[in-house]
Design a binder for this molecule. Structure first.
Ligand code: ADP
Ligand code: ZN
Length: 600
């Protein structure tokens, strides 16, 4: 007898109830209609097509652009007892033929296929002979030519609709913006689809952005040691060189860190990625080349040692933390040099003026997010067109509201100093002039004779640098095109320079103990948890994962292990009640974990 969706959720996946809007999406497909699902990372998109694929007669075909992701999902489904397989370039000819045979004889519930394979005529002909439950198009934003993940093969997916008009389709993505959504609908012929848009909030992620002149390496190390020792995380850097330096440096400090960037040999990249997925507590130091298609659920932090180019990029990258819904940190350190570098890159880019304007606007939004003094989550969600009524209580500005100060007078001095020195010097020089240093260069230029020489005693050098950073971030100063870091005035600075506008700025925090005050909050385990039992459960999981050749989280998620710690089940019956324990996993692993708990 065919199972109902709710039974499948409980018996196969071990979850008690659907999250909204999973049930409605599933009902839409069960009724034979199309759906477009926009949900943030970790929202639970997979079940939206996996469950109806199991419940409906025939096999669900899943189009997925990333081989690693496919293999992961298939491994996880098989662990849950679902008849799943994939067809991609990693299979031998004979293996692929065997799976095609299973497709024809109805032995599969789910078949994952790479898009280029799907579009080949032989494959389409096979589908016509088989019974198809639905088509799921994962990462549907890959159809967007303007997006950063564009896949030409995705454009052709509209054929599915023409060849199989009666098979329901579901397209899914975590890319939220309106133009992408319109493009998906138009290109995939989804005009009749029901559209489901979830909130894009990730309440379990704590956003923190700190000022760190000088790279923030030390602060990163303290952050990892204090809050995420032994846990997995990703550290993003702008350049390949910095990736390697930081990975080496962290390793030397005892943090197991590996580098990842497009310049490493493919073998090294694969090896490092496999270790990140299969081991616990690896920190991946990477350029943005890393991350797409990584669905490791227990990444406990994403750190940025450089400023991302846009809020979109920031949100996508930080979104890789805490897919399992447990507390996670998005941590960033940025400084004056970041602001200068990015402004510089933008100004000197080859792009046409329209394009530049868009990029400038995006960078302004990112810098605005960094310098703001109110709730960061409200700003983030607002940027994506979603309102949040109250401050979130789970970002740094909510937890430790920053003080602001009236910076009008010092700002006028700083701007005036740029003006008096001829709008061509960098911050270090300007600060020296303000502080009245008499070095050879300043004397040679006669800048010890100008009115702004030595008028800056009220702030120290690092405070002046912070002030310059904020002036650049707010576009009151522009960076030169030649890349020497020279600053010039912009139109926007006039009112401040003339004293007509008050400038309120974020007060820079001195490096104090306050950093440790909010610490340990991002950790998976509550402070009173039984560390010994946790380690024993994780060791058991690792052992089983190695036996099966799958990543540990495919056996059980951290959330399930934590539920075991809390509930301490004393029978298989009690174990079955825990989230993430379906019938197949209970039978396969229940006793192993029960023994660990009973021995503890
Ligand atoms: P996405 O593809 O949207 O990033 P996933 O499908 O990987 O998200 O799901 C994220 C996590 O949420 C997974 O660990 C999944 O098992 C869990 N999950 C999904 N739906 C439910 C549910 N109804 N109840 C409990 N956990 C769920
Ligand atoms: Zn907040």
């Amino acid at each position: 007898m065919p199972q109902q969706p709710l039974d499948i959720l409980r018996n196969v996946f071990g979850y008690e109830r659907f999250r909204s809007p999973q049930d409605e999406v599933i009902a839409t497909l069960m009724a034979g209609d199309d759906a477009l699902v926009l949900m943030p990372t970790g929202g639970g998109k997979s079940l939206c097509f996996q469950i109806p694929a199991i419940a409906r007669p025939g096999v669900g075909i899943v189009v997925s652009p990333l081989i690693a992701l496919m293999q992961d999902q298939v491994a996880a489904l098989r662990q849950a007892g679902v008849r799943a397989a994939y067809l991609n370039s990693t299979l031998s000819f004979a293996e692929a033929r065997a799976i095609e045979q299973q497709l024809l004889t109805g032995e599969l519930d789910l078949l994952y296929v790479a898009p280029e394979r799907l579009m080949n005529e032989r494959m389409l002909a096979l589908f016509e002979q088989a019974s198809i439950a639905l088509f799921a198009i994962d990462e549907a934003h890959c159809v967007s030519q303007w997006g950063h993940d564009f896949r030409p093969e995705y454009i052709q997916l509209s054929i599915l609709h023409e060849r199989f008009p009666h098979v329901p389709r579901i397209a899914l993505t975590a890319t939220a913006d309106e133009p992408t959504r319109r493009e998906i609908i138009a290109r995939l012929g989804l005009d009749a689809a029901r559209v489901f848009i979830s909130s894009f909030d990730r309440p379990n992620i704590r956003y923190r952005i700190a000022q760190g002149d000088g790279g923030g390496r030390e602060a990163l190390l303290r952050f990892i040691q204090n809050e995420h020792a032994g846990e997995a995380g990703i550290v993003y850097c702008l350049s390949r060189k910095k990736v390697e330096d930081v990975a080496d440096w962290l390793s030397a400090k005892g943090v197991p860190a590996l580098p990842y960037h497009a310049g490493l040999p493919a073998g090294t990249r694969e090896k490092n990625q496999a270790r990140f997925l299969n081991e616990e507590g690896i920190v991946m130091v990477a350029t943005i080349a890393f991350g797409m298609g990584i669905d490791k659920p227990n990444v406990r932090f994403v750190a940025h040692l450089n400023l991302p180019k846009s809020v979109e990029a920031y949100y996508q990258e930080t979104g890789r933390a805490g897919r399992d819904g447990l507390p996670a940190d998005a941590w960033m350190s940025y400084g004056l040099q970041d602001v200068i570098t990015l402004r510089q890159m933008m100004e000197s880019s080859e792009a046409d003026e329209t394009h530049k304007r868009v990029e400038r606007h995006k960078l302004d939004a990112m810098l605005g997010l960094c310098e703001m003094t109110s709730c960061r989550r409200q700003a983030l969600l607002g940027y994506f067109g979603e309102g949040l009524a109250n401050p979130c209580g789970n970002c740094d500005t909510c937890l430790e509201p920053p003080a602001t100060w009236d910076a009008s007078v010092p700002a006028r001095k700083a701007l005036s100093c740029v003006h008096r020195t001829g709008q061509r010097f960098g911050v270090t020089y300007l600060v020296d002039v303000l502080l009245g240093k008499t070095d050879e260069r300043i004397q040679r230029h006669g800048h010890d004779q100008i009115t702004t020489f030595g008028i800056g005693a009220e702030l120290n050098a690092s405070e002046w640098r912070g002030l310059y950073r904020q002036l650049i971030a707010r576009s009151l100063l522009a960076v030169d095109l030649e890349g020497h870091g020279g600053l010039r005035l912009t139109e926007a600075c006039r009112p401040v320079l003339r004293g007509e506008e008050t400038l309120w700025l974020r007060r820079e925090k001195k490096k104090t103990r306050s950093e440790s005050r909010s610490s340990r909050t991002g950790r998976t385990l509550p402070p009173d948890a039984d560390q010994g039992l946790w380690d024993a459960l994780r060791a058991k999981r690792r052992e089983l994962a190695q036996e099966q050749g799958v990543p540990p989280y495919v056996i059980f998620h951290d959330a399930t292990l934590m539920a075991m710690m809390e509930a301490r089940p004393s029978s298989l019956h009690a174990m079955a009640e825990l989230p993430g324990v379906g019938q197949r996993k209970l039978a396969a692993y229940g006793q192993d974990f029960l023994d660990v708990i009973l021995d503890a």
